[in-house]
Design a binder for this molecule. Structure first.
Ligand SMILES: NC(=O)c1ccc[n+]([C@@H]2O[C@H](COP(=O)([O-])OP(=O)(O)OC[C@H]3O[C@@H](n4cnc5c(N)ncnc54)[C@H](O)[C@@H]3O)[C@@H](O)[C@H]2O)c1
Length: 268
């Protein structure tokens, strides 16, 4: 990975950082010199956390269920006490939910909204003060990056709940970007919209879909690759590198933007 030191001296926090896209984002930000705070559901003393802390230079871990308001509040207090600032917040955590709208359970709908949308609101709300403070210490301010999806831009049958949650993240991002810019608050806010990325979430989602459709997860994944103009899925690091760009001063004039990283999927 290229190391340009573009985040030297900065403190960053990533939600859902132990696996998948969040893990790759954390690795990319750390490689740019950031002090990287990983957060996820796993207990502090697990082998997976130890492995992440060993692999990612200068990383720290805070257990944080991103759906729980009290835990965001406590995490912000922890970061303030231990690091004194936060320059970059990546609201990455999320899951999918597919199925015909008439078959979706309200409880599952609420669970998805809590994970995909409440988490973005709570992270923004509780880290606002630290991000504002850090933003005043750097020439182009601090940065929030919300991980939406191409499913936050275009609709797809049997994806209504996920579409709704990710579309909401897209507009929540734009509203915050305008509010902060207009109030002179030095925090840039942008959303990232990945296409199909090889992660545990994608594999789990395709297994459920395949069971309903009477096919295999691999057949669905192959069809996804075939249906993508570049004829392959993304690797998580290809999202991480874009997030690193949005996190650092190279994207100093970007706020309220939706950055699509989808191998051309939505270009048609
Ligand atoms: N994989 C894709 O194809 C794809 C495409 C577009 C957008 N996305 C989005 O990217 C983000 C990451 O997806 P992924 O594919 O890496 O998912 P993943 O399931 O592979 O990893 C998610 C991580 O979040 C953690 N997590 C789950 N619930 C949590 C909670 N309540 N609190 C804290 N951590 C929690 C998990 O433990 C895991 O480490 C999601 O917002 C997803 O919607 C993924």
């Amino acid at each position: 990975m290229t190391q340009l030191g573009r985040l030297d001296g900065r403190v960053v926090l990533v939600s859902g950082a132990l696996r998948g896209i969040g893990r790759a984002i954390a690795e990319c930000l750390a490689a740019e010199g950031a002090t990287t705070i990983l957060t996820d559901l796993d207990a502090e003393d697990t082998a997976e956390v130890a492995n992440a802390l060993e692999t990612i230079a200068g990383a720290h871990y805070i257990r944080l269920d991103a759906t729980q308001e009290e835990q965001w509040k406590a995490a912000a207090e922890h970061v303030e006490a231990d690091f004194g600032r936060l320059d970059v917040l990546v609201n990455n955590v999320g899951a999918d939910l597919t199925g015909k709208v008439q078959d979706l359970e309200l409880e599952a709908w609420h669970r998805l909204m809590s994970l995909n949308l409440d988490s973005v609101f709570l992270g923004t709300k509780y880290f606002f003060a630290l991000l504002e403070k850090a933003g005043k210490l750097t020439p182009y301010g601090s940065s929030i990056i919300n991980i939406s999806s191409i499913m936050g831009i275009v609709g797809l049958g049997e994806v209504s709940a996920y579409n709704a949650s990710k579309g909401a993240v897209r507009l929540f991002t734009k509203s915050n970007a305008l509010e902060f810019a207009e109030n002179g608050t030095p925090i840039r806010v942008n959303s990232v919209h990945p296409g199909f990325v090889e992660t545990p979430l994608l594999h789990k989602g395709m297994e459920k879909w395949a069971a309903r459709a009477g096919t295999t997860a691999q057949a669905l994944i192959d069809a996804m690759a075939e249906g993508t103009p570049v004829k392959r899925l993304a690797q998580p690091v290809e999202i991480g590198k874009v997030v690193a760009f949005l996190a650092c001063d190279d994207s100093s004039y970007m706020t309220g933007s939706e950055v699509v990283v989808d191998g051309g999927w939505t270009a048609r």
